[in-house]
Design a protein around this ligand. Structure first.
Ligand code: PLP
Length: 384
C-alpha cells in the first residue's frame, strides 16, 4: 500500500505520464528491420517486411492468413466488404467502442444497430445480441469489440452468429495478446482485425491487419487494398479499388514490435495489478473486471467510480500533476452522428460511460510513475 505522504508530493515539472504511447524495443529490433528496407531500397508499399509481418502475426495469433493494411479502420472496412455487406444492410455493432468500429459500416451505406454491454465483460451483451437477432432476423454481419483488451463472451456470441448464419467480425484493435479460453481474440469470427496505431499495445506508427482462416477472402481483400488492379499489363479495373496497403517501412517497425509483445502484455498486467493493490480499497473505486476465461492484455487500466468521487475529480487532479487520463469511450449510440440508429439492450453502456475512467497505462511507466499516479488519486479521497 502506498501511504499518503506529503513529502512525496509531485509537481507539474515532473515529466508527463501518458495513457499509452509508442514503446520501441530496447534491443532496437524495429530499426534493424527498417534499415533492411532502406538497404534494399524497398521504401515502398509491399516488400519483404510486409510479407513477413503478415506471416509472423498470423502465426502469433494462430490463423491461416493475414493482410497488412494502412489502418485498423481500413481492415474493418475490408472485413465488411469481404463479408458481403452492401448498401442498406443491417450490421450489429458494440455500442461501447471507438468510432472507427462503426464508421466503415457507414462507408458501405449499411445501417448500424448498436448493442449494449454487460457488466461482466463491458463488451457486447449476448442477451442483447439475441434480442437484436429476434428484432432484425435479416441482419448481415456482427462486429464485436474486445475493449481495453478484455475479451467479450465469445462462446455465446459465436453460437448466436452460427445459429442465425451471420458473419462475425472481431474488432481486436485493442486486444492483441489477449486470449479467450486459450484462443487468441480475433480468430473466433469469420474475420478479425488488429490496429497498430501509435497508442495501441504495439505500433507500426500507423497500420492495421485483417486476418481470417478463409484464404480466398484475404486474397480478395489484398486485391481491393491495392486499387483492385486486374491481371493486365495496362491499368485495368473491373471493381472499385482502395489504397489501403501497409508500407514496407511500417511493416519493419511492426516485425520488431511483435518480438516484444509478451513483454508489453506482462507490463500492462503489472500496471493493472498495481492499481488494484493500491486503489481498490477506496470507497466506490472498482478496477475493471477479471473473468476466469480471459487472459487479457489489459491495454488500458480502467475503473468504475460508484461513490462520491467522480471521474472528473480524478482526471482534473491527474492533469494538474501532468498525468494523462480519459473517460471511458463515449458509446456510439450517444454520439451526435449516430444518434438516430437503433440500439438494443438495457442501457448498461451509459453507466459504464458516466462512471468509467481510464488510468495511465503506458508500458514505459516506472514504479515511481505508478506511485505518482496512486498518490494523486488517493489524495482526491483525502480531500473529500
Ligand atoms: C484504434 C481502434 C480502431 C482503429 O484503428 P486505427 O488503426 O486507428 O484505424 C478500431 N477499433 C478500436 C476499438 C480501436 O481502439
Amino acid at each position: 500500500m502506498v501511504q499518503l505522504n506529503r513529502k512525496n508530493q509531485v509537481n507539474k515539472k515532473d515529466k508527463r505520464i501518458f495513457l499509452s504511447s509508442p514503446h520501441m524495443s530496447d534491443e532496437g529490433y524495429e530499426q534493424a528491420y527498417v534499415k533492411e528496407a532502406f538497404d534494399t531500397n524497398w521504401i515502398a508499399p509491399l516488400g519483404t517486411n510486409v510479407d513477413e509481418f503478415e506471416k509472423e502475426l498470423a502465426k502469433k495469433v494462430g490463423i491461416k492468413s493475414a493482410v497488412a493494411l494502412s489502418s485498423g479502420t481500413a481492415a474493418i472496412h475490408l472485413a465488411l466488404k469481404a463479408a458481403g455487406v452492401k448498401k442498406g444492410d443491417i450490421v450489429f455493432c458494440s455500442t461501447l467502442t471507438f468510432s472507427a468500429t462503426a464508421n466503415p459500416i457507414i462507408y458501405e451505406g449499411a445501417m448500424p444497430v448498436f448493442i449494449d454491454s454487460d457488466y461482466k465483460t463491458w463488451n457486447m451483451d449476448p442477451d442483447a445480441l439475441e434480442e437484436a437477432f429476434e428484432k432484425y432476423p435479416d441482419v448481415k454481419a456482427v462486429i464485436v469489440v474486445h475493449l481495453y483488451g478484455m475479451s467479450a463472451d465469445m462462446d455465446r456470441i459465436v453460437e448466436l452468429c452460427n445459429k442465425y448464419n451471420v458473419s462475425l467480425i472481431e474488432d481486436a484493435a485493442e486486444s492483441l495478446g489477449t486470449y479467450y479460453k486459450g484462443q487468441h481474440t480475433g480468430t473466433f469470427g469469420n474475420y478479425g482485425i488488429f490496429s497498430f496505431n501509435g497508442n495501441k499495445i504495439i505500433t507500426t506508427s500507423g497500420g492495421g491487419m485483417l486476418v481470417s482462416d478463409n484464404e480466398e477472402r484475404i486474397q480478395k481483400a489484398k486485391f481491393w487494398a491495392t486499387q483492385s488492379r486486374d491481371q493486365a499489363r495496362h491499368y485495368q479495373h473491373s471493381e472499385l479499388g482502395y489504397n489501403y496497403r501497409m508500407s514496407n517501412v511500417s511493416a519493419g517497425i511492426g516485425r520488431g514490435q511483435l518480438k516484444v509483445l509478451e513483454n508489453r502484455v506482462a507490463k500492462k498486467n503489472f500496471i493493472l495489478t498495481y492499481y488494484k493493490d493500491n486503489l481498490n480499497d477506496l470507497e466506490g473505486m472498482q478496477l475493471m473486471p477479471d473473468n476466469d476465461w480471459d487472459e487479457a492484455n489489459y491495454w488500458l487500466s480502467a475503473a468504475l467510480l460508484t461513490g462520491e468521487v467522480r471521474p472528473n475529480d480524478i482526471m482534473e487532479a491527474l492533469e494538474a500533476e501532468n498525468i494523462e487520463s480519459r473517460p471511458v469511450w463515449k458509446p456510439m449510440h450517444m454520439q451526435p452522428y449516430f444518434k438516430d440508429f437503433d440500439f438494443v439492450g438495457k442501457g448498461i453502456f451509459e453507466d459504464l460511460f458516466i462512471n468509467g475512467i481510464c488510468l495511465p497505462s503506458d508500458s514505459k511507466m516506472t514504479l515511481e510513475d505508478l506511485k505518482r499516479v496512486v498518490l494523486t488519486v488517493r489524495r482526491v479521497w483525502g480531500n473529500k
